[in-house]
Design a protein around this ligand. Structure first.
Ligand code: ZN
Length: 240
């Protein structure tokens, strides 16, 4: 699959509209026994209202989703949150199925500036993802704070996890940081989902990517997609 930097171009090859992505998740999972009505979607995206579009597109296909979202698209629901989701999936045919979507986001302005987007009803572009633009600027200044701030809980958890991964080396640019957060969020979700496959006899599908906001449309760049069935718990790659 192409890199995120390539996926930032308008209409970039390999990217999908939100509806195309949502319909593809249904089509690619059908051979594995998933269908709308027998699976619960778990959506982890940034809290930004710009992400309502992807949440709506996925819910239009799979039904109301369990929300695992945190700032920037990080996954902080932990074992208790996961335990709640584990009891919500349909299971009439004796199998519980989960469709997990983990998607941070990034804006591309009309002039091609990365990290900015023009929102409806505004005259000037604003940052997207605002949390990651802020964190990238912080890291670029050499800051490496990792304490938990109870007045800024999600941001400090995001910062702590990123700092632990980046270390004291070079500060990532925004595109690299966005993909790093996608990977961290997906790894955490996969870790929690492993418990579902092992302990709750579940079939789990994962779609890990980035939503790219252009001024006229959103597109999905899928980086990693797989399904793990309880029978073998091997990750089978889902490709287009
Ligand atoms: Zn955001």
């Amino acid at each position: 699959m192409s890199s995120l930097i390539d996926a930032l171009a308008p209409g970039a090859a390999g990217t999908m509209t939100l509806d195309e992505f949502a319909r593809w998740t249904v089509a690619v999972l059908a051979p594995h026994g998933f269908e709308p009505g027998n699976a619960l979607a778990l959506i982890g995206v940034c809290r930004d209202e710009l992400m309502f579009g992807i949440e709506s597109a996925v819910s239009a296909q799979w039904g109301a989703a369990f929300d695992i979202s945190s700032l920037a698209g990080m996954v902080f629901l932990g074992a208790s949150g996961m335990a709640a989701a584990a009891h919500h999936a349909p299971g009439l045919d004796g199998r519980r199925r989960y469709v997990i979507v983990v998607m941070p986001h990034i804006g591309v302005a009309v002039d091609g500036s990365v990290g900015f987007v023009l929102r409806d009803g505004q005259h000037h572009e604003s940052t997207a993802c605002g949390a990651l633009v802020g964190l990238q600027q912080e890291l670029a200044t050499g800051s490496r704070r990792d304490e938990i701030d109870h007045d800024d809980l999600e941001m400090s958890l995001l910062r702590r996890d990123v700092v632990a991964d980046v270390g004291s080396g070079e500060a990532p640019d925004l595109v690299t940081l966005t993909d790093l957060v996608r990977r961290l969020a997906s790894e955490e979700m996969a870790r929690l989902a492993d418990g579902l496959v092992r302990d709750a006899d579940a079939d789990v599908a994962m779609f890990s990517g980035v939503v790219v906001h252009h001024h006229d449309e959103d597109r999905v760049h899928v980086v990693d997609a797989w399904v793990a069935l309880r029978d073998d718990a091997v990750r089978r790659v889902l490709s287009r």
